[in-house]
Design a protein around this ligand. Structure first.
Ligand code: ADP
Ligand code: MG
Length: 514
């Protein structure tokens, strides 16, 4: 299924009526017309237009509330995430334009942003979907200077950033990316999720060192992983939702920085430049150029978000701008970038799989039950036959003289078979036999029914055994593969360099102590 990227624009409320601020017109909350100031018109942009137009799925003007942004941007995305599709929502814009306000929110509960609202919505929804069993896991990381760090590791509260373990990426033989040193936390309710978010944000703040003075210099990825199982069909899926607050998109030439800070700005700028390159490459490929290579691997952020950008993911971008900003080139660069993103589309599919372990377990139980039933049946049949035999013998010896021989004229084989079946199923406790002939017919009916039922049992057992064997083999193969990966993981030292292969999936590995 094709899924076009959705791009939203959010305008930050104006603080002052700056003469140098951006002049714009908004049409039907979908089209933004930016009126170009003279110096841009004849300088940087160098064309004769006095305005530029940009189209969006929706534009949220300065009066729009957190709730409005959440319900129109996020709700459809999360519904599709709950159905088993991967999803990503990322905020892009200059420092101070409202990315963190949009994604996390401000001081009060009322002003909470997309992430906490998403958590509430997810837990409300899964309560309603009673046919499914869900498990929810959360991880939260920060990417800073091309290094990624776990924001949910409690030890980070006491140690400076320089001593934190970096998250390492490496690929297994199936080209899946594995992350080491990223904790995954199972989350049972909204409050636990909010606590994790708050802890992560707190760790992010206290990690501030001279090297990391402002959160605007790092990217943050809050990931919700959902395992859902349809209890009626044993079909399960795993879907991932990335909620991303990117670093400020301002250009390096504008950053008044030096030394370490220059290094940071270079890295941030580089990773956003690489993000732009990925988007350009994807655009070219979409327009029919035979460009195969998409440079995801140039930066950690684009590697981690590979699926979000050009893979199996429903992706939404929220571009944030401030009309107060007197640096209009930066705003225009955000707007232009958003238009390129808006042209992209991803091919999405449900990450569905049958839970083999559950199926094998169920089949084993069915097989056991069948064997027990078969044994029981054989035993009952023997006992019944014996009882019937002895009864018949008794009656034939003691009552033989009074039993009428009917020659079968009034007997119906079907009636006898039905009666025998009722008797074998213990629905009646006694078989009345009025003649020797009837007794013989009972025996015949019993033999037939017994043979039919035995055949049914054997067919069913063979079918189940074959299925079991097949699923068992697949399961064993899977377990061998995963233990191989685990062994590899345990034996491998921290790997900072990852192979430049394509990777269809990102697998977060659970820490053993989580
Ligand atoms: N839509 C908005 N409404 C009200 N205040 C906002 C809005 N967007 C941003 N702000 C405020 O502006 C400041 C900068 O926003 P912030 O989200 O931190 O920017 P960014 O993360 O892009 O650097 C914060 O004080 C924030 O509360
Ligand atoms: Mg921010």
């Amino acid at each position: 299924m094709k899924s076009q990227f959705e791009v939203y624009l959010r305008l930050k409320p104006s603080n002052n009526q700056s003469q140098n601020g951006m002049q714009y017109k908004l049409y039907q909350n979908k089209r933004l017309q930016v009126l170009l100031p003279r110096h841009v018109k004849f300088g940087l942009i160098n064309n004769n237009r006095d305005n530029l137009e940009f189209n969006f799925t929706n534009v949220f003007d300065q009066k729009s509330s957190q709730e409005q942004v959440f319900s129109s941007v996020t709700t459809p995305v999360i519904n599709s995430f709950l159905d088993g599709y991967n999803a990503t929502i990322f905020a892009y814009g200059q420092t101070g334009s409202g990315k963190t306000y949009t994604m996390s929110g401000a001081e009060t509960w009322q002003l909470r942003g997309v992430i906490p609202r998403t958590l509430s919505y997810i837990f409300d929804e899964i309560d309603k979907r009673t046919k499914f069993e869900y498990k929810i896991y959360i991880s939260f990381m920060e990417i800073y200077n091309e290094n990624a760090y776990d924001l949910l590791e409690k030890r980070h509260l006491e140690t400076p950033l320089e001593q934190w373990n970096k998250i390492a990426l490496y690929e297994d033989d199936q080209n899946n990316i594995h992350l080491k040193n990223l904790s995954i936390h199972q989350c049972n309710n909204e409050q636990e999720g909010i606590d994790l978010l708050m802890m992560g944000n707190f760790i992010r703040q206290v990690s501030s060192t001279p090297m990391n003075q402002s959160s605007s210099r790092s990217h943050c990825i809050f990931t919700v992983t959902l395992e859902g199982c349809d209890t009626t069909t044993e079909t399960c899926f795993v879907s991932k939702l990335h909620l991303v607050d990117l670093a400020g998109s301002e250009r390096i030439s504008k950053s008044q920085v030096e030394g370490n800070l220059l290094n940071e700005a270079k890295y941030i700028n580089l990773s956003l430049t690489y993000l732009e390159q990925v988007i350009i490459a994807l655009n070219e490929r979409m327009k029919g150029s035979n460009r195969q290579h998409i440079p995801y691997r140039n930066s950690l952020m684009t590697t981690l978000l590979k699926d979000s950008l050009g893979g199996n993911c429903k992706t939404v971008m929220i571009a944030t701008i401030s009309s107060d900003n007197d640096n209009i080139e930066e705003t225009l660069s955000t707007l232009r970038f958003s238009q390129r993103v808006g042209q992209l589309e991803n091919e999405i599919r449900k990450n569905e799989k049958v839970d083999l372990e559950a199926v094998v377990k169920r089949l084993e139980q069915e097989k056991l039950a069948l064997i027990r039933e078969l044994e029981q049946y054989q035993r009952t049949s023997n006992t019944n036959t014996n009882t019937l035999n002895s009864n018949t013998k008794k009656s034939s010896s003691s009552q033989q003289s009074i039993l009428p021989i009917t020659n079968g004229n009034y007997l119906n084989q079907k009636d006898i078979s039905d009666k025998v079946e009722l008797y074998l199923n213990e629905r009646i406790t006694q078989l009345d036999v009025k003649s020797l002939e009837e007794a013989q017919m009972c025996f015949e009916a019993m033999k037939d029914l017994y043979n039919i039922r035995m055949k049914e049992y054997v067919t069913e057992l063979t079918f189940i055994s074959e299925k079991l064997q097949k699923y068992d083999e697949i399961l064993t193969r899977k377990k061998e593969q995963s233990s191989f990966v685990e062994q590899k993981e345990n034996s491998s030292p921290e790997v900072d360099v990852y192979r430049r292969n394509e990777s269809p999936q990102i697998n977060f590995k659970k820490k053993p102590n989580q």
